[in-house]
Write a protein that binds this ligand. Structure first.
Ligand SMILES: O=C1O[C@H](COP(=O)(O)O)[C@@H](O)[C@H](O)[C@H]1O
Length: 266
């Protein structure tokens, strides 16, 4: 059961947002390393990898709290498109191009867990979802005997229709209770075949952050934070399911008209 309300922050510039996202991610790194010696996070595609790269590739002030220890990171995908990893629609490729390939050698190399279509023979996203669930079971269940994996952090985007991961408004996948990873075969946003973490996995994470910027997100953020109107939108369901474990990183144009943003730092 969720407690508290999500935290909604709005920043005056992309530089400020990136600086605060860095503080937030590295705070989560510190807690995760203290808990179990690794930092297990899941990331989305879309606009997120570019912002994340800006946050994490900035120069460190040299303190342990401000230094990404990438060799202890396990990076998973919140969702993926059923395309080869080198395809222009691949979230893996996007993250690699924006962030992973640019990490300086002295900061170490993260372990990446791709949702890898190259390992299946036909075009069946369910097979891909099953394979990824097995990967998660190896990583989480074997070590921690858990029924639902607890990522240390999940970084999400929010589409202009309120979708997050590849969980779209009104789709049956929003009611999935058992599977950790699911297949979407009819996404309203191309490409149609996708793989996604399910809501119970997303809301079970230690912490969850959304990054949503620009005036194009303003109408949907108004709905998401207006509980009556937006209550069944996928991003709103994350808010409802995870409460104060959720932090939104937005800019001023995205929250114009939203009633309770906190300005500035965390
Ligand atoms: O299709 C997708 O879109 C969402 C939102 O993208 P954004 O560009 O509006 O931030 C993204 O979070 C998801 O990973 C991706 O597959």
């Amino acid at each position: 059961m969720a407690t508290g309300h999500p935290n909604l922050h709005s920043f005056a510039s992309s530089d400020e947002l990136a600086a605060q996202l860095r503080v937030y991610v590295l705070r989560n790194q510190t807690s995760a390393l203290a808990r179990h010696g690794t930092f297990r996070l899941a990331v989305s595609g879309g606009s997120l990898p570019t912002v994340l790269a800006k946050a994490l590739l900035a120069t460190s002030n040299g303190t342990p709290e401000d230094t990404p220890q990438f060799s202890k990171w396990h990076i998973f995908f919140a969702d993926e498109r059923a395309v080869p990893l080198d395809h222009e629609d691949s979230n893996y490729r996007l993250l690699n191009d924006e962030l992973v390939s640019k990490i300086p050698a002295e900061l170490g190399t993260p372990v990446i867990h791709p949702i890898d279509k190259n390992h299946i023979e036909d075009d069946d996203p369910q097979e891909l979802a099953d394979l990824y669930q097995e990967d998660l079971m190896r990583e989480f269940a074997a070590k921690d005997s858990v029924k639902v994996p607890a990522f240390d952090l999940i970084l999400l985007g929010c589409g202009p229709d309120g979708h997050t991961c590849s969980l779209f408004p009104g789709h049956a996948l929003l009611r999935e209770k058992d599977a950790w990873v699911a297949a979407e075969t009819n996404s309203p946003k191309p490409p149609p075949k996708r793989i996604t973490l399910t809501l119970p996995v997303v809301t079970h994470a230690f912490n969850i952050a959304f990054v949503a910027t620009g005036a194009g997100k303003k109408d949907i953020l108004k709905q998401i934070f207006d509980l009556e109107e937006g209550s069944s939108l996928p991003s709103a369901l994350v808010n409802q399911g995870a409460g104060d474990k959720v932090t939104w990183f937005t800019d001023h144009p995205a929250v114009d008209g939203v009633s309770f943003p906190r300005r500035g730092s965390l």
